[in-house]
Design a protein around this ligand. Structure first.
Ligand SMILES: NC(=O)c1ccc[n+]([C@@H]2O[C@H](COP(=O)([O-])OP(=O)(O)OC[C@H]3O[C@@H](n4cnc5c(N)ncnc54)[C@H](OP(=O)(O)O)[C@@H]3O)[C@@H](O)[C@H]2O)c1
Length: 282
């Protein structure tokens, strides 16, 4: 199952993950089906879903409705640490359930959040089995801090990606350096800061300079930093707008101006069960 040779989007990391993907959090019901079908038909080559989004069947319907061949896109899925799902037997069971709901094998399966209640090595052992069983091609993690990554890599060096909150207003520089050093792909979630990007004067100014949109500028900045981004959009116009970010090249000066927006208090997603983050001043 080698999809990589068919992609036109730049690829990141050892798993060859297309740098622009389509996020599906909150895309439920017909929005989920239409969003995925529209994105695939427009040329997105990466779809991001999760058990916790309760839309895996809708993603599957969208894939079917699009008529796009399976080898033309990369699919990321995630298992959430609830109801003991990170216990080894349950993890394997959940991977089978996801494959079944999606109607296809994900290319990448992520541990959605660290689970302080189950030894990480036990879950990673199950994840290795899931990969051997052909229930995913690659394994990765999400919302992992440097401490969690160190422990994970000591047990399983083939963790291909960490999906974390990343946009112009959050300072992830410590985590970013560690991940670069370990050649691990970074997938930026909430890349538009859940809409806050549209209020930034700096991003608006660069959008004017480049004749593009704030969204394109923000996503192009993330890709210029060597990362993957997975914006979520509901309307066709937004889905199309974001896709054009692949063609936008920012100058070094513009990249630096955007990087200067980062702050240690810019995090948007911080639930009670989150680990102690690595955010730091730039
Ligand atoms: N691993 C994790 O724990 C985790 C956590 C959060 C998110 N994620 C993933 O990351 C994806 C993206 O993050 P997100 O959904 O939090 O937020 P986001 O992508 O940063 O922002 C989505 C918001 O931006 C708007 N938008 C999108 N494109 C636009 C455009 N071109 N012009 C104007 N507005 C635009 C959307 O509006 P419309 O919808 O109205 O178009 C929506 O309100 C999620 O869907 C999910 O797949 C993962």
């Amino acid at each position: 199952m080698d999809h990589t040779k068919n992609f036109t989007t730049p690829l990141v990391g050892s798993a060859g993950i297309p740098a622009l993907g389509f996020g599906t959090w909150e895309l439920k019901g017909s929005d989920g089906v239409e969003g995925v079908a529209t994105a695939l038909n427009m040329g997105y080559e990466h779809i991001d879903t999760a058990q916790a989004y309760h839309n895996e069947e809708k993603v599957a319907e969208g894939i079917k409705e699009s008529g796009v061949d399976r080898d033309k896109f990369f699919l990321t899925a995630k298992i959430f640490p609830e109801d003991g799902h990170f216990e080894p037997e349950k993890f394997i069971e959940q991977a089978k359930i996801s494959q079944d709901r999606l109607g296809t094998t994900p290319d990448l399966l992520l541990l959605h959040w660290p689970d302080p209640d189950v030894a990480l090595e036990r879950t990673l052992d199950a994840a290795q089995k899931v990969r051997q069983m052909g229930l995913t091609k690659h394994i990765g993690v999400s919302n992992f801090t440097i401490e969690y990554l160190k422990r994970a890599l000591a047990y399983e060096p083939e963790i291909v990606c960490n999906q974390v909150e990343y946009h112009p207003f959050i300072d992830q520089s410590k985590l970013e350096s560690f991940m670069r050093e370990h050649k691990m792909a970074l997938t930026a979630y909430s890349p538009l800061a859940r809409g806050d990007a549209f209020d930034s004067d700096v991003l608006k100014k660069i959008a004017d300079e480049t004749g593009s949109s704030v969204s394109q500028v923000t996503l192009a900045w993330i890709m210029a930093r060597g990362h993957i981004c997975i914006p979520k959009a509901t309307s066709k116009d937004h889905i199309a707008d974001n896709l054009k970010s692949r063609d936008l090249k920012l100058t070094d000066e513009q990249i630096d101006q955007i990087s200067a927006l980062r702050s240690s208090s810019g995090r948007k997603i911080d639930p009670d069960f989150a680990p102690e983050w690595d955010d730091s001043a730039a």
